[in-house]
Design a protein around this ligand. Structure first.
Ligand code: NAD
Length: 353
């Protein structure tokens, strides 16, 4: 089998962009290393039917840069990277493809760790891991971290409590009306924690089974997906889709706090300002939902049991500092988070110099 790795010229500020091709294995992929200032790059592998190499390049770079910020804020000693496999996850997969991808990862000598992302299952990653020690998010084994969702839910919950203390003057979620949008792996686990904390749960999903379970087992109120922004609520927890906070929804939102797991909740950067102007505190998604990568980082560092809990408390502390600074400086939490990432990276660069 022929496997070729070709260095391409990445966008300014990125370290490497590598095109990977193994025609006999049906593999076409890109690996992007945005930054290794804080340590080896880490970020998942996504399989998606991109219309062109160009579309894949754009996506992998955007995602890799996001991982630098997420990993920096979670204090993982890891830089940012991401990979994408071009293809239809429903029909183009093969064990040979993932083994060839594993060989490509191995050829980078530990500069990049990969894990599951959209379109990639633990079984696929297990194939990748037959060829490289730099595939993580594995099930089983001494350090295998398995499903990251419980950690993601715990991180969101801890950040929500910090947000509640800031906004409502108490971190007690008892009696607070919290709307959880999306009762999937993360959303349901979060709803369970909220129920245990005595919150008044409102839930929505397009999957009736998860909804019925939450109504039956957690005493939640069932809200139709299209009625979410018509509800009275204290806290909104988006755990389904991106871009739910947009020019249409923000003017209607009654919550005073937004804290959820979904990636890319803001439809565009100006939404951070719209939320702030309406007096709604938004806890940046990539900080709040870092529990998943924290779980994976535990596997990379072969860390003991305390590691993940410490890092989860760390993101909550980061949120606390961010909220205070946003108030002191009269700016959005999104802007402050961006500054914090830059400060962390600049400090690391100074230490190296
Ligand atoms: P999931 O696929 O298990 O759950 C998503 C849920 O949202 C499903 O139950 C789905 O039916 C529901 N949904 C889809 N469209 C909806 C709509 N219009 N209205 C209401 N509900 C809808 O995914 P997950 O692993 O729970 O992740 C949830 C979000 O958090 C995603 O955006 C994901 O990228 C992000 N995230 C997850 C993790 C993790 O550890 N799983 C880590 C970081 C970020």
């Amino acid at each position: 089998m022929t496997l070729t790795l070709t260095d391409e010229t990445p966008a300014a500020g990125f370290e490497r962009l590598i095109r990977v091709e193994a025609p006999e294995a049906g593999l076409r992929a890109l690996i992007c290393i945005h930054s290794t200032v804080l340590g080896p790059a880490a970020g998942g592998c996504r399989m998606w039917d991109y219309p062109s190499w160009e579309a894949a390049r754009e996506d992998v770079q955007r995602l890799a840069e996001g991982m630098t910020s997420k990993n920096a804020m979670a204090d993982l000693g890891l830089g940012g990277g991401k990979s994408v496999i071009l293809g239809d996850a429903g029909k183009d997969k093969s064990p040979e493809m993932f083994r060839a991808f594993g060989q490509a990862i191995e050829a980078l000598n530990g500069r990049y760790y990969t894990a599951e992302d959209v379109g990639i299952s633990p079984d696929d990653m297990a194939q990748v891991a037959t060829e490289t020690g730099y595939a993580v998010g594995l099930e089983g084994g001494r350090y295998g971290s398995g499903d990251p969702s419980p950690f993601t839910a715990e991180g969101v919950f801890q950040c929500m409590r910090v947000g509640a203390a800031h906004v409502f003057g108490s971190d007690d979620l008892g009696g607070r009306r919290v709307l959880v949008q999306g009762l999937g792996h993360v959303g349901y686990a979060l709803a369970e924690k909220l129920h245990a904390a005595g919150a008044r749960l409102l839930v929505t999903d397009i999957n009736n089974e998860a909804l019925a379970r939450a109504v039956r087992d957690l005493g939640a109120e069932n809200i139709a997906p299209e009625a979410v922004f018509a509800q009275q609520m204290d806290i909104f927890a988006p755990c389904a889709l991106g871009a739910v906070l947009n020019d249409e929804t923000v003017p209607k939102l009654t919550a005073k706090l937004v804290c959820g797991a979904a990636n890319n909740q803001l439809a565009h950067p100006g939404i951070a300002t719209s939320l702030r102007q309406r007096g709604i505190r938004y806890l940046p998604d990539y900080v709040v939902n870092a529990g998943g990568i924290i779980s994976v980082a535990g596997e990379i560092h072969k860390a003991g049991p305390g590691y993940r809990q410490e890092r989860l408390s760390g993101i909550a502390a980061r949120i606390e500092a961010m909220l205070k600074r946003a108030d002191d400086e009269g700016r959005s939490t999104t802007e402050i988070a961006g500054d914090m990432v830059k400060e962390i990276l600049d400090a690391a660069k100074r230490n190296v110099a």
